[in-house]
Ligand binder design. Structure first.
Ligand SMILES: Cc1cc2nc3c(=O)[nH]c(=O)nc-3n(C[C@H](O)[C@H](O)[C@H](O)COP(=O)(O)O)c2cc1C
Length: 180
């Protein structure tokens, strides 16, 4: 049986701990949004071979050796089944000039790939032109956590450019400022 009094040791919160909820979802979203991120389009092919993709800023580095990255996708997303079934995904890190592409891929629609220049990457995952970097990954694992699915991929191929990155902070798109 878990010991509700023993909460000091890391990772030992009992499973049935009610968990403090001192915030609303909107407060949580706003506070998390203070964290500045880059912006990516994560892509794959669905079982029928159609290109699939969405705007995601949950992307992050996980490991250098082996080279692993992670990102998370809302479980209710139309794309969730496709990414879980795909052997590969590509993370296209957007540049300053790709705001419209980011907006387009953040809106549910069937015509996301009608604009923009892209080619097939590993496993058919679309690789976009004009990005800051692209990481082509083999899907290593995925697991449901809360209302999202966490995807972990192994980088098989990468490319980078000297373009300025697109930044997202406080619910707004921004550029990178001067070095401090
Ligand atoms: C800057 C930005 C970052 C986003 N990051 C994520 C993310 O990491 N995970 C996610 O599930 N949705 C994210 N979204 C929302 C999705 O892009 C949006 O819900 C999209 O329509 C989902 O694809 P779908 O239409 O295939 O469901 C983000 C939106 C924006 C504008």
């Amino acid at each position: 049986m878990s010991d509700p009094g023993n909460v000091d040791a890391p990772g030992l919160l009992p499973d049935d701990h009610p968990g403090p909820t001192p915030h609303t979802v909107d407060e949580l979203r706003r506070a998390l949004g203070r964290f500045a991120t880059g912006v990516t389009l994560v892509t794959c092919r669905d079982a029928a071979g159609a290109p699939v993709g969405l705007t995601a800023n949950s992307f992050n580095a996980l490991s250098l050796t082996p080279p692993l990255v992670l990102w998370s996708l809302r479980s209710a997303s139309l794309s969730a089944q496709s990414f879980a079934a795909a052997s590969h995904f590509a993370v296209n890190v957007l540049s300053e000039g790709q705001v419209n592409l980011s907006r387009r891929f953040a809106t549910p629609q069937r015509t996301k790939f009608d604009e923009g220049e892209w080619r097939d990457g590993l496993g058919g995952a679309p690789v976009l032109a004009g990005c800051v970097a692209v990481f082509e990954c083999r899907l290593r694992s995925h697991q449901a956590e809360g209302d999202h699915v966490l995807f972990i991929g192994e980088i098989l191929r990468l490319q980078e450019s000297g373009l300025a990155p697109l930044v997202y902070q406080g619910g707004q798109y921004r550029g990178v400022g001067d070095p401090l």
